[in-house]
Design a protein around this ligand. Structure first.
Ligand code: HEC
Length: 393
């Protein structure tokens, strides 16, 4: 008895860092900041990680998932630049979780829990001024693969609207793999407005920044549903909060794409490129690569008019299941004539576990067994520049 007591006493008095990590003091804050956006009821991840009771049975799997960096899912190379939506763990945080599991995944004292992070179940943007739902629910069948759905709905806007917050909300998240809302209007074809994907944040721009939805615009909900064994109706909606004043800068989506490729059967590393040139000065604030199951990697470089180049985004291991916009911590100024150049690689070999059929040669198409190659960009430009998007739209 005596030696044990001595050891405990020594540990406690010598250095608190040698005390085994506990759930409440050390692990819960990490889960709140890096995991619970997805690991809570009604969100994309299969199990909630809100309480000790929910987390303890998963301790071994959590250790493995964080040690192998599979969780949190984050596929950009963060050494290239910093992104505001980066959920990845620091080495210290990863080390804490691993040490906690290795020391027996103990609870510790609930009194040591830091203030709980609050999540809202309703709208995450301020109360929307307008909510536009899909015209009617779409019933996702119990099993099988569901084709992408393209569901059009008129905004009914009779005047131009400046939107400073936008959020896409599925009614049945368990069957919505991702949802994208694009608009077409008098002079805009297929411009990205907002999207929903597991763990994604709504679009909330800085004061003075807004997106124009022109009078008469028509929205298309591009819905990718997945079946989960139970027929489930979903009626996704989009909410808009309008700016009270005319903004100083407008948000404009642009893209570079290549729809003219053929990926040969069994090819493990097929390269496809796309570019767009910026016609006048603007700021690049975010990039989102889009490919389907055979997507392997994606890189975007800016070639500036002075001959220099800079990597904007590098996704070394693309994962079809997670396709966030990568939001830049510091926007990049692009002088006129800057070329944004995207290089994608596709893996059409049997080694790609997601590959629906390595024996096919694959072309551009909207269905997930076909392929796409798009670099989406979010730009800021002065509101009075009176210009449309850069080329590629
Ligand atoms: C962007 C959403 C998201 C975030 C953030 C996230 N997860 Fe997950 N997690 C998922 C999804 C979706 C699955 C199920 C599909 C899969 O395995 O990819 C999952 C599965 C898991 C699994 C079980 C399967 C496996 O891969 O072992 C564990 C364990 C896990 N997550 C732990 C964590 C931990 C710990 C964190 C935070 C450090 C975290 N996750 C952050 C979405 C997320």
């Amino acid at each position: 008895m005596l030696p044990v007591l001595l050891v405990l006493w020594q540990t406690a008095s010598a250095a608190t860092t040698t005390v085994a990590p506990t759930f409440y003091r050390d692990v819960l804050p990490v889960l709140a900041n890096h995991c619970q956006t997805c690991h809570r009821p009604g969100e994309a991840a299969p199990m909630p990680l809100l309480t000790y009771q929910q987390t303890r049975p998963w301790a071994k799997a959590i250790r493995e998932a964080v040690a192998s960096r599979r969780m949190p899912p984050w596929h950009a190379d963060s050494s290239v630049r910093h992104y505001t939506n980066d959920l990845s763990l620091s080495d210290a945080e990863r080390g804490k979780i691993i040490a906690w599991v290795d020391a027996g995944a103990r609870a510790g004292k609930p009194s040591q829990v830091p203030a709980a992070k609050r999540f809202t179940d309703g709208w995450r943007i301020e109360k929307p001024d307008v909510v536009i739902p899909m015209p009617e629910p779409f019933t996702v069948p119990a099993t099988g693969v569901v084709d992408y759905q393209f569901i059009r709905v008129a905004t009914g806007f009779t005047e131009d609207k400046w939107v400073e917050m936008a959020e896409v909300r599925p009614s049945a998240r368990e069957v919505v793999h991702h949802a994208i809302v694009v608009m077409s209007g008098p002079d805009a074809y297929g411009e990205f407005v907002a999207g929903y994907a597991p763990g994604s944040a709504p679009q909330i721009w800085k004061p003075g920044v807004a997106r124009l939805i022109p009078a008469g615009a028509v929205l298309t909900f591009q819905m990718h549903y997945t079946t989960n064994g139970k027929a489930t109706p979903d009626r996704t909606q989009i909410g808009f909060k309008f700016a009270k004043q005319r903004p100083r800068q407008r948000v404009q989506s642009a893209r570079a794409f290549n729809a003219w490729f053929t990926i040969p059967p069994n090819h493990p590393n097929h390269r496809v490129e796309a570019s767009t040139v910026v016609p006048r000065q603007m700021q690049l604030t975010a990039v989102r690569p889009h490919m389907h199951y055979r997507g392997k990697s994606f890189e975007v470089k800016a070639h500036f008019p002075d001959g220099t180049t800079e990597v904007m985004l590098r996704v070394p291991k693309y994962d079809f299941r997670y396709q966030p916009y990568y939001f830049f911590e510091s926007p990049v100024m692009l002088p006129p004539g800057t070329r944004l150049h995207c290089v994608a690689y596709f893996d059409n070999s049997p080694n790609n576990k997601a590959n629906p059929n390595p024996k096919e040669s694959v072309n551009w198409g909207e269905q997930s067994w076909e392929e796409m190659m798009i670099g989406w960009f979010e730009m800021l430009l002065p509101v009075d520049s009176g210009m449309r998007a850069p080329s590629g739209l």
